[in-house]
Design a protein. Structure first.
Lengths: 279, 284
């Protein structure tokens, strides 16, 4: 016990030194200048149970940020505070500040916020409507004035689904395979042209081939969209993200460029997790 | 010894299998007995006149129950207009909005309302609608049946709305839809097959009610124009004709029973078919 804490102290000094170094390097780069989300001192409670503890994080624009950590560490909860989806659950409370392009999201109109911050869920959840109506849904409820068909086509192309469904746009979305359904859900989210896309374990119900398709799609979307992805799959985080944040027990343990976090983790807990010693 | 126990176990098995099997067979055969009896007795009196003619005066044979068929439909239309919207909206409240305690109270009350004997609901409609205007009316019968439709519709709507996965609600809300918008554009369409089925079953159930109509809609041997006159209905006609001392009336009562049962069965079977077809797309 005593030796363990000594070990921690020893590494803590190292971490502090290395952190200042990495802060300097990242501050020097232009990435810091363009921050999409700035989260400070975020606490989140389910009733009396606290799920997120004093979280500080900057999410850079037009990059993929991966959230990793063991089950129940609060990564999905944190993700869902970014578009205020947690408000649909009773008895929840959020403290702290989340800025989207400098605007306090808790003071924004929630409909406008969710139009700017789209979300894709763990399991594909197409509506029981046609493929076309699924993609057009967000446009319709936002009162889009213009040619729906063009935007539906554009969104399906962005989601790399157009070629597979262009002849069956008016068939039920349920006729699609799981991977196609998930890309349809991405197209549906992209239709309203969000600045941010939140992905909550989008590939956990999909096979490796389909997963690869979605990762490739994320790579192409980076030009126009900031993405935050929750994943249990460490390889996926390493492959598909630019930045990775490691969470444990509701706290942010470490946040760094993905290549650095996976090769030279600063915190022993991060190292233990990514090398598979727990979680 | 051992052989004896084995024999005992085997024979007990045979006895129990026979008992349960016979009971199950009995359940099925009751319906077919009723149906066969109705067809045997009522089928012979069914003719075009039954659907197109008014009842003949006492003493004359022939005539039909056109007014009672239309009357039943009018009463059901009123019941549907009064009961279904209230039931559906209350079901939506229970499934989508209600808090724990308040929902429990509503659900419990709804179940109690469902258990209120139909004749008591008849008395209620009588004192509410008949007494103030001092005469029986179609409206009063519609009110009585409408009240009976409500609890069944509430529970059916709630159940089918709850069966829609929460992921659909989240999907719509994540696109910026308000709660009501989500319900109206995603949840209700997804549950519509089940809800419509529940509504049809509710109407089919009250279509055969006699007691609450006896002193609200009463009966009528002629056409009942508008909504404020007493009106004939199939169940009340069956009752009246069955206890009358004329053979011709008995035959017509059988025929009316056959029509009523046929309508209810048709609604039931039709609903099952719709539900089964809807169930395939829901389960994916």
């Amino acid at each position: 016990m005593a030796s363990a804490s000594q070990g921690n102290n020893a590494t803590a000094a190292q971490i502090a030194r290395q952190l200042t170094v990495s802060e300097k390097t990242s501050a020097a780069s232009e990435k810091e200048a363009s921050v999409r989300f700035e989260i400070s001192d975020l606490n989140f409670y389910y009733g009396t149970k606290q799920a997120v503890f004093g979280l500080n994080l900057k999410i850079p624009r037009n990059k993929v940020t991966a959230l990793i950590g063991p089950s129940g560490c609060g990564k999905s909860t944190f993700l869902r505070t970014l578009n205020r989806m947690n408000e649909t659950i009773r008895n929840t409370r959020v403290e702290g500040q989340v800025l989207l392009d400098g605007q306090h999201i808790l003071r924004m109109d929630v409909v406008k916020l969710r139009r700017r911050v789209g979300m894709v869920f763990q399991r594909p959840n197409p509506f029981p409507k046609s493929i076309y109506d699924n993609v057009a849904y967000g446009l319709r409820i936002n009162g889009y004035q213009g040619r729906l068909a063009d935007l539906v086509e554009h969104s399906l192309k962005r989601a790399a689904l157009w070629d597979e469904v262009k002849d069956s746009l008016h068939k039920s979305a349920f006729a699609l395979s799981g991977g196609q359904q998930q890309r349809l859900c991405i197209a549906r989210a992209l239709a309203v042209d969000p600045e941010v896309l939140l992905l909550d374990e989008p590939c956990s119900a999909l096979d490796p081939v389909t997963t690869a398709k979605i990762e490739e799609l994320m790579f192409h979307l980076k030009d126009s969209c900031t993405m935050v992805i929750v994943t249990h799959n460490m390889q996926q985080a390493a492959r598909a993200s630019d930045f990775t944040a490691f969470m444990l027990d509701g706290k942010l343990i470490e946040h760094n460029e993905t290549s650095k976090l996976f090769t030279t983790p600063q915190d022993p807990r991060t190292e233990a997790y990514i090398t598979g010693r727990f979680g | 010894m051992n052989r004896g126990r084995l024999l005992w176990r085997k024979s007990l098995n045979v006895v129990m299998l026979t008992l349960t099997g016979l009971s199950a067979f009995g359940v099925v055969s009751i319906l077919f007995l009723i149906l066969g009896y109705l067809i045997w007795n009522g089928g012979r009196s069914l003719n075009l006149d039954f659907f197109t003619q008014l009842p003949k005066p006492v003493g004359e044979t022939g005539g039909g129950m056109a007014n009672a068929i239309v009357g039943s439909l009018k009463l059901l239309l009123l019941a549907a207009l009064m009961g279904l919207p209230v039931g559906l909206l209350a079901g939506i409240y229970l499934a989508e909005f209600g808090g724990k305690f308040f929902s429990f109270v509503i659900r419990y009350t709804t179940d109690l309302l469902n258990g209120v004997p139909s004749i008591v609901i008849g008395i209620f409609a009588y004192s509410l609608v008949v007494l103030p205007v001092k005469h029986f009316s179609t409206l009063a019968g519609g009110v009585a049946l409408g009240i009976m439709v409500i609890p069944i519709t509430v529970r059916a709507s709630e159940e089918f709305l709850r069966s829609i996965p929460g992921s659909l609600r989240e999907g719509a809300m994540a696109l910026g839809a308000s709660k009501w918008r989500t319900i109206a554009t995603v949840i209700l369409p997804a549950a519509s097959g089940g809800i419509i089925t529940g509504m049809l079953l509710a109407l089919a159930r009250v279509a055969g009610e006699t007691a609450p109509l006896l002193f609200t809609a009463f009966s009528n041997r002629f056409w009942s124009p508008g909504w404020s006159q007493p009106i004939a209905s199939l169940p009340v006609m069956i009752y009246t004709y069955a206890i009358a001392p004329y053979d011709d009336w008995h035959r017509q009562a059988w025929a009316a029973g056959l029509i009523l049962l046929g309508l209810v069965l048709l609604a039931n079977v039709g609903c099952r078919l719709v539900l089964n077809r809807g169930g395939v797309s829901r389960s994916i």
